[in-house]
Design a protein around this ligand. Structure first.
Ligand code: B12
Length: 318
């Protein structure tokens, strides 16, 4: 284990303003098989079928040389309120993580100095931020960045769960950090807060019931089997808003995560009828760009239809 190199990496991360980091060995294929078992893979909605590729169960099929991961977490909490009060006033909701600058680019930038150091010393190194078949929560948990909460997310006891995860995968043997104990105890606020029953209560998520599998990941027309969107245009924050660890979560140092113009609790109408060009401009360089204008319109249509059905039902019953 390279103690000196581990220390140098810590110094580089601190210079980049990264406060939550650690080092983990890459899991062996057998360890991942349990998490990505056939029952789980068979239950995936079409939007996540990419997780069935063998490399997810064995990252070494993809990066045969990788031994360790430098894991980091970047807080994205901002001063703005949570979703419930806005949705109840008829506004659409865009998840907190998608309000501002795309975290993929930002995290990659912060991880580049570590990659350069490793490469300069003759090691192999690749940056991963949602870009490789690696289970980032499991790696972060192993690296001691936090524990997997009942909401399935990595929770850091000081920073909560509004965290983006990223890694540098390398063949260097780094000094690994110790995992933290699970601290949710018997709290199940997130489980009760999830309107579609996507949380099993033991840190596992049922992706086919999580609204994000549809309003973030779905390509094309939405299936009728999708859970109610209930105002959620992109992503969902309910299981995180209910979490006591997020009540006093420190604010992010990154001002770029504050909501961009028109993205905080927007009028649904804008996404139904707004011009494509102005929408493109608003979502540019945010995580929403991945869904694109067409995807956002389809979600907005879905919300409008749900509202119509609800008011028709109310009329019938009165
Ligand atoms: C596919 C995906 C989704 C799918 C869900 C798939 C799933 N099973 O959870 C959907 C589209 C639903 C989704 C939703 C969201 N996602 Co997502 N997603 C991913 C992605 C690309 C892969 C995750 C995955 O499928 N893993 C399969 C499961 C089986 O493995 P896992 O992720 O390691 O997590 C499990 C294990 O840790 C296990 N576990 C439980 N207890 C224990 C204990 C121990 C000791 C161990 C080892 C493991 C373990 O349970 C966990 C949950 O199933 C990752 C990026 C990546 N490459 O990892 C982002 C990622 C997990 N997502 C992220 C985010 C932010 C979200 C949302 C909050 C976005 C939003 N606001 O809508 C929601 C949260 C939903 C939730 N409660 O989990 C972040 C999570 C950050 C964090 N603090 O944990 C990630 C890491 C992206 C990133 N780079 O920051 N996501």
């Amino acid at each position: 284990m390279d103690e000196r190199l581990t220390r140098e990496i810590k110094e580089l991360l601190a210079k980049e303003g990264i406060k939550v980091f650690g080092f983990a060995p890459l899991p062996s294929p057998g360890e991942l098989e349990e998490l990505l078992c056939s029952d789980y893979l068979d239950s995936l909605p079409d939007s996540l079928s990419y997780m069935k590729k063998p490399a997810w169960r064995d990252p070494r099929l993809f990066l045969s040389w990788a031994r360790s991961a430098v894991c980091v977490a970047l807080p994205y909490n901002t001063t703005r309120e949570s979703s419930t009060e806005h949705i109840s006033k008829g506004r659409a909701w865009i998840s907190r993580y998608a309000w501002g600058r795309d975290y993929h680019d930002l995290l990659r930038m912060k991880l580049k100095p570590v990659r350069s150091l490793l490469r300069a010393l003759g090691f192999k190194a690749k940056i991963a931020v949602d870009s490789f078949p690696v289970l980032e929560r499991t790696l972060a948990q192993r690296a001691g960045l936090g524990f997997i909460g009942n909401n399935g997310l990595l929770i850091n006891p000081d920073f909560g769960s509004y965290l983006f995860l990223g890694e540098v995968l390398t063949d260097a043997e780094l000094l690994h950090t110790e995992p933290l104990a699970m601290m949710c105890l018997d709290c199940a606020k997130c489980v009760s807060a999830c309107p579609s029953g996507a949380l099993t209560g033991n840190g596992r998520v049922k992706p086919s019931l999580c609204v994000s599998s549809y309003n973030v990941e779905w390509k094309g027309e939405l299936p009728s089997s999708a859970p109610l969107f209930a105002g959620r245009l992109y992503g969902c924050d309910l299981c995180q808003e209910a979490c006591p660890y997020n009540r006093s979560a420190p604010l992010s140092d990154e001002k770029g995560f504050e909501p961009g113009a028109g993205l905080f609790a927007p009028e649904l109408n804008f996404f139904l009828n707004g011009g494509a060009e102005i929408m493109e401009t608003l979502i540019k360089r945010t995580p929403l760009a991945r869904r694109g204008v067409r995807g956002l319109r389809l979600s907005a249509e879905r919300i409008r239809r749900e509202c119509q059905t609800k008011s028709e039902e109310t009329e019938l019953s009165s």
